[in-house]
Design a protein around this ligand. Sequence first.
Ligand code: SF4
Length: 361
Amino acid sequence: MDNRIVITYGEDIWKMTRDVLKESGLGNLIPKGSSIGIKPNLAVAKPADSGATSSPVIVSALIEYLKEQGYDDIVILESSWIGDSTKRAYKVCGYEEISEKYNVPLFDVKQDSYTVKNFNGMDIEASDKVLSLDFLINIPVLKGHCQTLVTGALKNMKGCISDREKRRFHTRGLHKPIAYLNKIIKQNFILVDGMCGDLDFEEGGNPVQMNRIFCGTDPVLIDSYMADSIGYKPHEVEYINIANDIGVGSSDIDNAEIVVLNRDESIAKPSPSRKVQRLAQFTNAKDACSACYANLIRALSRLDDEDLLHRFKDNPVFIGQGFKGVKREGIGVGQCTSGISKNIGGCPPSTSAILDFLRNI
Ligand code: SF4
């Protein structure tokens, strides 16, 4: 599917996963008899609603889909970040139940042997188990990252190397080794958990309910779309640029084919995160859809980084279906607020579109 991204919005994780897999035709992309690896993001031992880890419901729905398509040689692989135990993460995140129910083994990459592979003069210790697979399905979480701005498909491959290599990645500045790793290990399909990723941190704690799942086959394109979804231009993320330049994939989201299967109609709920609550003070929301509201919160978070939030202190941003037909002065986001004097349309408008609009107010 290369330049195609299939996305759906909503709350029914099982159905959403099934829908995007069916539309993507994943079953036709995998050669028969392949050994398949599923690589979630279980960097830390925290459940998915913390905003840090991949939903076990997505993984279960994926495994059922693969089994229906006739694939039985499936393994789940991960190496949690340095200092956390992968086994503990499997347990806390609900993966032991998946393993039992579907008879799919859980592999701890920390216990594996490694082979040194080289790209462009850089040696990288890659997991032998991962290298032996025929087809790799990556399940990153749509979340921000304090060092690399976004953590997506390319960066999630850090769970496929030794802990020693992870340490070395940091001393090498992260971006170049992340991009180079993706020349050494190819991921074949990416299924993004965009249900409730963290605002800024790999380890969760400030989840933003974003209610979306999307998939594609180009990790650079997927990461570019992820960056855009949380308010960054793809070219602002250094490892996306490098990966694009060395031919891992394309960051050209302007020419991507985005297939939207379903709009989100669920109403945004208050977030337990203090940080998200603080950003919410700059909004005036009435029956805002979760995906739309999440895009606004992400945009406000970027404005906070740029020290521009004060502009909206006495001018909170109107959003939501409760403002349909309302005519008044102010700032409105989404087609429901088209009667507000300064408005950006869209249903929902993207984070980057909201950000550009609010920056120029
Ligand atoms: S514009 Fe209105 S209907 Fe559309 S996503 Fe936003 S709140 Fe929902």
